[in-house]
Write a new protein. Structure first.
Length: 137
């Protein structure tokens, strides 16, 4: 009788720990996706700012505008390229992976997407400042 209770208890513990592991994996994946979603919104701002920068070169003959626009456009392009590279490499298919492997992968992906988010935020802020100071009047 004791062996049956021990067996049932052990199975219950294994099942609950597996579902707990899956819950942890899902929660971490959701954190990565949440940051990704913010980055995607920022990507739209990158495209808008690139368009505004291009308009500055056509509408403003002031010296140095072209060089500055190229600098800020390149900053935006680099941030955008980092995001696209990350997206192309990100693979949320964890078939055959252990809990530890999944958590390690997602932790690394989260760190990468946070770094990309920071890079995008910085490029957007810098280009916003430049655009606002150089609007065509």
């Amino acid at each position: 009788m004791f062996k049956k209770i021990l067996l049932i208890s052990t199975l219950a513990l294994i099942i609950s720990s597996c579902s707990d592991d899956k819950a942890k994996e899902k929660a971490l994946l959701n954190e990565v996706i949440k940051i990704h979603d913010k980055v995607m919104v920022d990507d739209g701002i990158v495209m808008q700012n690139k368009t505004k920068l291009k308009a500055l070169t056509t509408n403003n003959p002031a010296p140095g505008i072209k060089d500055s626009v190229e600098l800020y456009s390149k900053l935006l392009d680099n941030a955008d390229d980092s995001m696209m590279t990350w997206m192309n490499k990100f693979n949320p298919d964890f078939t055959g992976k252990s809990h530890g492997e999944v958590m390690d992968y997602l932790t690394k992906q989260k760190a990468q997407i946070i770094k990309i988010n920071t890079k995008l935020d910085s490029a957007i802020a810098a280009s916003n400042t430049y655009i606002s100071k150089n609007k065509v009047k």
